[in-house]
Write a protein that binds this ligand. Structure first.
Ligand code: AMP
Ligand code: ZN
Ligand code: FE
Ligand code: FE
Length: 282
């Protein structure tokens, strides 16, 4: 049965609860999913309880935004077990506190732009979330009628380079990768196109990321053509690391993406999860 190794729930910036994400995976005929909320593992136990009932294996995961030199990379840390908090999980609290401070700074910046938005407006969009971020602020701006869509909120105010953008503390990629391995996990680069290198630079960039401690790349990504998925998987394999895949499901925050199938044509083979398990250094 196929799998989906990249999903978000209402614990971070997905619209659906962990239970619903697993139910959608069961409906899609998946054998396993990884729940990979940003900076939080709080949804894993609920997802696992539902997964036991519905016959869907739930892999624990967390997505981290990290610095790699002057680039920003998203790392999916797999097999970081909430029942056994290790050195990576000890850093998640620091990252979430950084989010809280950053969100307050963004709200102040929006006020300076003449928009009356409060922390309560944002909290109303983040019910049940342990990890609150810009998508929740964007949703609040839509609800307040300041913009029409979440995408417009980013384009006008929240994206890097826009007036209400504010940075937040991040781990370095090397640190995130080392902490993930030391906690029995495997660090994987999510949606590698966002590393921001040209096609000609991919080989060198992947090699540099492996040298920095990365154990896999998300090759079977919803937004890629079959040719790109294949090429990335061959590159990962040639470097001796794992080719993984996922939809990056966010529910209504990314309405065109469905669990498992992405835009309709995604299929992540269960071999990806088997290879990921074999890569653990425990
Ligand atoms: P944060 O973690 O709070 O910095 O927010 C980052 C999240 O915002 C990403 O994981 C995306 O889901 C979402 N995001 C980033 N840029 C955009 C954009 N231009 N339009 C819509 N969503 C975005
Ligand atoms: Zn997200
Ligand atoms: Fe991401
Ligand atoms: Fe994601």
């Amino acid at each position: 049965m196929p799998v989906d190794l990249h999903t978000h729930s209402s614990i971070s910036d997905g619209s659906e609860t962990p239970s619903t994400v697993v139910a959608l995976a069961a409906e899609a005929g998946l054998g396993a999913i990884a729940l990979t909320d940003h900076d939080s593992l709080a949804g894993v136990s609920e997802a696992r309880a539902v997964g036991m009932e519905l016959g869907v294996e739930v892999v624990s995961g967390v997505e981290l935004s990290v610095d790699w030199g002057d680039r920003q990379v998203h790392v999916l840390a797999y097999f970081v077990e909430p029942e056994e908090p290790g050195p990576l999980q000890q850093r998640l609290g620091f990252l979430r506190r950084g989010r809280a401070e950053r969100n307050a700074a963004i709200i102040r910046a929006l006020s300076e732009q003449g928009i009356s938005i409060t922390a309560e407006d944002v909290a109303a969009e983040a019910v049940g979330a342990e990890s609150v971020g810009r998508p929740h602020i964007a949703a609040a701006l839509v609800r307040l009628g300041e913009v029409s869509t979440v995408a417009e909120a980013f384009a006008r105010y929240l994206a890097r380079g826009r007036p209400a953008y504010r940075p937040r503390p991040r781990l370095d990629l090397e640190e995130a990768a080392a902490l993930t391995w030391s906690e029995g996990g495997v660090p994987v680069v999510a949606h590698p196109h966002t590393v921001g290198v040209s096609a000609a630079e991919y080989d060198a960039a992947f090699r540099g990321l492996v040298d920095a401690g990365i154990g896999g790349f998300e090759c079977f990504y919803a937004e890629y053509t079959p040719e790109v998925r294949q090429r990335l998987a061959e590159l990962a394999t040639s470097l001796g690391v794992v080719a993984t895949g996922g939809s990056d499901f966010h529910g209504s925050y990314k309405p065109e993406i469905e669990v498992g199938v992405g835009r309709g044509d995604l299929l992540v083979p269960d071999r990806c999860l088997e290879d990921l398990e074999l890569a653990r250094r425990t």
